[in-house]
Ligand binder design. Structure first.
Ligand SMILES: NC(=O)c1ccc[n+]([C@@H]2O[C@H](COP(=O)([O-])OP(=O)(O)OC[C@H]3O[C@@H](n4cnc5c(N)ncnc54)[C@H](O)[C@@H]3O)[C@@H](O)[C@H]2O)c1
Length: 242
């Protein structure tokens, strides 16, 4: 059974969309007709993605550091004035430096929480007023199994992901009255640039690629997902067969 999505006329923001899962989603959403605007700090990768052909939709790139509330607000206003609406927000931007709790410098803690947690908050508080006016919108954030189970050497990341999940659930309750949905995705273990950087030396050859969680993300963005405050979880369905 094939699930196909029609995002024609839709406008979707993907933070951290220059790489990994965000980039795979951007491609699929554009192929379904959406105008996707990615906000990322990696200019070369972002421009290269935008330069590909994505008909019938398109991908645009803007250089944005999501840890800056001002940059995010200006970015969202630009998207709104350029395209007139914002139907989806996917908060994928993260950093994941490794190091034990006592060794990670305070500035690194602040950077990780600034990008991973505050970045999701700044993007949400900027798009909610737009979606509120429309009376519709879908926001998707990423959780992680490491926030529930812990992961030695990754406390800033796991802490940020636990907080993102709490934030998303509360936001879902606040904005339901305007038919704005907020859901979480736990994508499983996916071979992406940040995953490799956070797991040096690991054999990633049998891991799922970034396109595997995209179907679930497309569903959460689509009107078919009449749900909010939920978590779509991929517990590595293909790994057991590997
Ligand atoms: N890969 C996995 O196994 C896995 C597991 C659980 C959850 N996730 C979640 O999935 C999401 C996507 O992760 P991924 O693995 O595709 O990562 P990725 O490294 O492939 O992509 C992260 C992107 O965030 C961008 N970014 C970093 N700092 C930024 C900033 N200040 N402003 C804007 N953009 C910034 C990076 O440039 C990069 O393009 C993340 O939220 C992550 O927590 C991933």
């Amino acid at each position: 059974m094939n699930a196909s999505f029609n995002f024609s006329g839709g406008v979707v923001i993907v933070t951290g969309g220059a790489n990994g899962i965000g980039a795979a989603l951007a491609r699929r959403a554009a192929a379904a007709g959406a105008t996707v605007v990615i906000a990322d700090v990696q200019v070369e990768a972002g421009r290269a993605l935008a330069a590909e052909t994505h008909a019938p939709g398109a991908i645009e790139f803007e250089q944005v550091d999501v840890s800056s509330a001002d940059q995010v607000q200006t970015f969202v206003e630009t998207v709104r004035s350029r395209h007139g609406r914002i139907d989806g927000l996917v908060c994928a931007a993260i950093v994941q430096p490794i190091g034990d709790v006592v060794d990670v410098e305070p500035a690194t803690w602040e950077r990780v929480l600034g990008v991973n947690l505050l970045g999701s908050i700044w993007a949400s508080r900027a798009v909610v007023p737009v979606m509120r006016e429309q009376g519709s919108g879908s926001i998707v954030m990423f959780a992680s199994g490491t926030a529930d189970f812990g992961k030695a050497g990754s406390a800033p990341y796991t802490t940020s992901k636990g907080a993102v999940a709490s934030f998303a659930k509360t936001l879902a309750r606040e904005v339901a009255q305007w038919r704005i949905r907020v859901n979480l995705c736990r994508p499983g273990i996916i071979d992406t640039p940040q995953f490799r950087a956070a797991n040096p030396g690991m054999d990633t050859s049998k891991l799922d690629g970034p396109e595997e969680p995209v179907g679930g993300l497309m569903f959460l963005l689509s009107d078919a997902a009449s749900m909010s405050g939920s978590m779509v979880t991929r517990e590595m369905p293909w790994r057991s067969a590997a």
